[in-house]
Design a protein. Structure first.
Length: 253
């Protein structure tokens, strides 16, 4: 009897997984289909704006303001669709042996001009003896950049972002610590929920996508935050036993 029950549970779980996959595929296809007419709308709004740009007519000025509103909403919808598609594909990875520190440096180099503009001091403490990890470099880059930009948005008047890596018992860890506004208990409880956002016009998919990507790597992401005391995100990643560290690689040579 227990074996039959277990088999039934397995079939139910598989059926639910298949249904989830089908829904994910349909919604992804729908998002792609929406992008096509949206592109046509955006193009025609741009052409209409060009036609009205040189006019001094009060009527045309009023029309141009309405066109501008439509363009902004089209851009918001485009951003939402892009975020949704990134969320939908976050679990599909192409893993390659990678240097975690190198991936972090690429993100920080990309972010640095915005950090200077936002008066944010970036400090990194990257351990030199980290073992190699398996990463989908494109999706991990996107997830990490999302966390860095989230920290930047939490420090509208400037601040400090500390990025550090270190080894753990089972793998490696990455901390991102900001001196921003922090989060209360209610926000912390929902911050990884899809479509939850504290930012006006935000899609609420950035942090859920980052978590989905990290978990697809076999890792975990945790959060510590208090209002007025900043936020710390910690990412842990496993290290496959078959991948020696760079130190071991040098010894083998």
């Amino acid at each position: 009897m227990p074996e039959r029950s277990h088999s039934k549970d397995d079939r139910t779980s598989q059926k639910l997984a298949d249904q989830y996959t089908e829904i994910a595929q349909l919604t992804g296809a729908l998002a792609h289909e929406i992008k096509n007419p949206l592109s046509v709308i955006r193009l025609n709004m741009e052409l209409l704006a060009e036609d009205l740009a040189g006019s001094d007519s009060p009527r045309d000025r009023r029309i141009l303001k309405k066109v501008d509103i439509v363009q902004r909403e089209c851009q918001r919808l485009q951003d939402l669709l892009n975020d949704f598609l990134n969320f939908a594909k976050a679990g599909r990875l192409k893993l390659e042996p990678s240097d975690l520190n190198q991936q972090i440096k690429q993100v920080l180099d990309f972010f640095r001009p915005k950090a200077v503009e936002s008066q944010i001091e970036v400090i990194d403490y990257l351990a030199s003896d980290l073992p190699t990890v398996l990463l989908d470099r494109e999706s991990f880059h996107g997830a990490l950049l999302n966390l860095v930009l989230n920290a930047q948005q939490a420090m509208p008047h400037g601040g400090q972002l500390v990025v550090r890596t270190y080894g753990t018992k089972d793998g490696v860890a990455l901390d991102l610590i900001d001196t921003g506004c922090g989060m209360d208990e209610g926000t912390r409880a929902q911050v990884f929920h899809a479509f939850f956002s504290t930012k006006p016009g935000g899609s609420g998919l950035g942090l859920p996508t980052a978590r989905k990507v990290i978990e697809a790597h076999g890792g975990e992401i945790s959060l510590q935050s208090e209002p007025g005391r900043g936020t710390q995100f910690t990412i842990t990643l496993p290290v496959p036993a078959r991948l020696p560290s760079r130190t071991e690689n040098r010894q083998l040579r």
